[in-house]
Design a protein around this ligand. Structure first.
Ligand code: MTE
Length: 321
């Protein structure tokens, strides 16, 4: 992604750091408390591991919407994250997201709807049957994972609030609390982190309002207590720790598009034929398969979800990137 642009064609260190180095560096950071956040007084709690105390979240596996990929190891999925509210290093969210309080928590659903709602997490958990779906997540930086998410189609919530005829888009706003999120003190992005979808994308059965992963509630670093997962789009569209879902007539502003409009468009569909201005999008590194001699995987159109193609018929996907 973008932190500051050094020189054209020169990816940032955080974008190219191999996982092994990121992992060893994380240990180094923990040991020496050497990161800028630590220097600012944020202490590093122990690295999260698959937790026997984390609340279990029973859900029926939905085979129709589950990829057959080998799931990424829990330890990788929870320690190699992008969550800039907790810092820009891949290891920062696991180190610092312990300060996030996922309960009590409410999500406001409003805007162009007939029945606006404020839901707490228990109400969200009961809103529709929970499903487990193994989705691929492809980050715009060129790495990917396969994660068993737990949630329900966002369409279920959309139905409840009854959008008006003016509702053309959905805006997602996430928490930006300086007291809980050390990264919000930095100006790396405009806070709060916002994202958006066209309403037909939001209503697509693949779009998952997500409350858990790996059989448990979401770990903080993965977007607790509730996030969106849009598996055919680059990972930054899948906003974490949502506090508001607003229906709008005009296309919402989004954090990454504001930060670098030439690099991150509103649609951001995974597309191996449209390169990022600073690197190719033709292939990806699957986290956990990144040995020195391991070949990269070819990136698939719409991240291997061809059923969404009809949402974009007649659109030039080079223009609407
Ligand atoms: N949501 C918020 N609020 N802040 C972020 O920095 N990063 C995005 C997305 N959602 C981000 C966010 C990016 S770039 C990616 S790749 C995914 O979260 C990573 O999700 P994961 O850490 O669960 O794999």
């Amino acid at each position: 992604m973008l932190i500051k642009i050094p020189r054209r064609n020169e990816p940032l260190a955080s974008e190219i750091t191999p996982r092994e180095i990121a992992l060893s560096r994380r240990g180094f950071l923990q040991g020496l408390a050497a990161s800028s956040l630590a220097a600012a007084g944020w202490s590093a709690p122990a690295i999260a591991t698959e937790s026997s105390t984390r609340q279990r979240l029973p859900a029926q596996r939905n085979a129709k919407y589950s990829a057959t990929d080998k799931p990424t190891a829990y330890a990788d999925a929870t320690t190699y994250n992008n969550f800039y509210e907790f810092g820009t290093d891949k290891g920062d969210p696991a180190l610092y997201a312990g300060s996030l309080k996922p309960r009590p928590w409410t999500v406001r659903v409003d805007g162009e709807v007939k029945k606006p709602l404020t839901l707490d997490i228990d109400a969200l958990l009961k809103l529709a049957p929970l499903e487990e779906r193994l989705y691929r997540l492809r980050c715009v930086e060129g790495w990917s994972m396969a994660i068993p998410w737990i949630g329900f189609p966002l369409a279920e919530l959309i139905r409840k609030v009854e959008p008006t005829g003016n509702a053309k888009y959905v805006e997602f706003t996430t928490l930006a609390d300086r007291a809980q999120m050390p990264g919000v003190r930095s100006r790396v992005l405009e806070w709060p982190y916002t994202e958006g979808l066209r309403i037909d994308e939001a209503n697509h059965p693949l779009t998952l309002l997500t409350l858990g992963m790996y059989g448990q509630v979401l770990p903080n670093q993965n977007g607790a207590p509730v996030r969106i997962i849009v598996p055919w789009k680059y990972g930054f569209k899948s906003a974490k720790s949502l506090v508001r879902i607003r229906f709008t007539e005009v296309q919402p502003r989004t954090s990454w598009n504001l930060a670098a409009p030439d690099e991150y468009g509103f649609y951001s569909n995974v597309n191996p034929e449209v390169d990022h201005p600073r690197w190719s999008q033709a292939s990806e590194r699957r986290i956990g398969e990144d040995g020195f001699f391991t070949k990269k995987r070819k990136t698939l159109m719409f991240n291997g979800y061809p059923e969404v193609a009809s949402l974009y018929s007649g659109m030039d996907l080079r223009k609407f990137y």
